[in-house]
Write a protein that binds this ligand. Structure first.
Ligand code: MG
Length: 379
């Protein structure tokens, strides 16, 4: 079985060196906060099982939390070390390993996260770093007073990854001030493996760093596309439910749930974009609790799963294929209902219909088919 991993994002700092009264991790960056970008990078990573966001006690009541990533919010302490310890204590015994990451590094890539995780397969601690390539000077602020040998020197980054029990024990024993968690791990005798860092994994420190981070994130926006297809057969009844709208009709659609073929196709397209199978995988038809279920449950689940992975719905295009009932008059209500369920603007949802020229099963009026395409965008 693969090791379970939690990501602990430390966002309790008061750092306002970048200017302004708001701590840097809560300042806007490419449409969301710096901390939300850092969280999103871990939320999207398939090997991260749990997110912990450590926040300053003063931030709790007023900040808009990136809560839909499903992060566990933990109140931090006056120092970074204290905050990390609070976060580790909150998940004690629940995971095999933990990645500790600074919220002020919003551009961390999946590759860097994967490298740390891979190293943890054979080591109790691992962290990304970049070898120092520039010459190093000693100086007095005005003049160069000497040079230093740069060989064997690295610039440390995060996430720093550890065996959870080992780093928690190390933190509890450590009573001095440390530069980072690697120092605490080493003090406890844990060997720390160095993995390649990334120049783009910058720590936002100065005002100019925001512009650089915006450029990096802008180039990296992750788009996903999914398609869905579904068919339901006509049977006895007096109405059909299509894209959440009940339409009186001389027959009904047969199916385990409410047989909303349109909403099923849209839900499957979202699952498809996430590479998460289809409705049947998440709501097995063999399970009696989903008999007659409103398909809104499936759609909400798919949208929530996308949000948990750090994606929002870009747009939806759904085509219903049938001779009857006539879809056109109901399309605006269908768009409005799906927009409401998905929490996005109606201008992002298209519902259209076609006949199949009386050809095939839809043409003979034996059932209704639906196709859907969705895009997801990383946030
Ligand atoms: Mg179906």
């Amino acid at each position: 079985m693969r090791a379970s991993t939690a990501a602990l994002i430390v966002a309790a700092g008061r750092g306002t060196r970048v200017g302004g009264a708001v701590p840097k991790q809560w300042r806007p960056l490419s449409g969301q906060t710096v901390a939300a970008h850092a969280l999103g990078a871990f939320a999207r990573h398939s090997q991260i099982d749990h997110l912990v966001l450590v926040v300053h006690p003063d931030d709790r009541p007023s900040q808009p939390w990136p809560g839909d990533t499903g992060a566990q919010i933990v109140t931090g302490a006056a120092t970074r070390q204290g905050s990390v310890l609070a976060g580790l204590t909150a998940i004690e015994g629940q995971f095999d390993r933990v990645l500790i990451h600074d919220a002020a590094r919003p551009c961390v890539s999946a590759q860097v996260i994967s490298s740390v995780l891979a190293a943890l397969d054979t080591a109790p601690a691992a962290a990304p770093a970049l070898a120092v390539v520039d010459a190093l000077w000693q100086g007095d602020g005005t003049h160069v007073a000497g040079t230093r040998d740069r060989s064997g020197l690295y610039r440390a980054q995060t996430p720093q990854g550890f065996d959870l029990a080992a780093i928690l024990a190390a933190h509890r024993r450590f009573d001095a001030e440390a530069a980072d968690d690697v120092e605490i791990a080493r003090h406890a005798g844990l060997p720390v493996t160095i993995v390649p860092g990334d120049e783009d994994n910058l720590k936002i420190t100065r005002a100019a760093d925001f512009a650089r981070a915006e450029r990096i994130l802008g180039h990296r926006m992750d788009m996903r596309l999914g398609n869905g297809y579904d068919v339901h057969r006509f049977g006895p009844g007096d109405h059909v439910v299509l894209c959440g709208v009940t339409i009186p009709f001389e027959r009904g659609l047969q199916g385990h749930s409410d047989a909303d073929v349109g909403m099923h196709a849209v839900s499957d397209a979202i699952y498809g974009a996430l590479a998460e199978g289809d409705i049947g995988r998440h709501f097995p038809p063999t399970d009696p609790q989903w008999k007659g279920a409103a398909s809104a449950i499936f759609l909400r689940h798919a949208v929530d799963l996308a949000a948990t992975r750090g994606y929002e719905i870009g747009n939806v295009d759904c085509t219903l294929v049938c001779e009857l009932p006539k879809i056109g008059p109901h399309a605006p209500a269908m768009r409005a209902e799906m927009a409401r369920l998905m929490g996005i603007g109606i201008d992002r949802i298209s519902v259209k219909a076609t006949t199949s020229e009386r050809l095939g099963f839809t043409g003979r009026g034996e059932g209704i088919a639906a196709l859907a395409t969705v895009t997801l965008a990383s946030r």
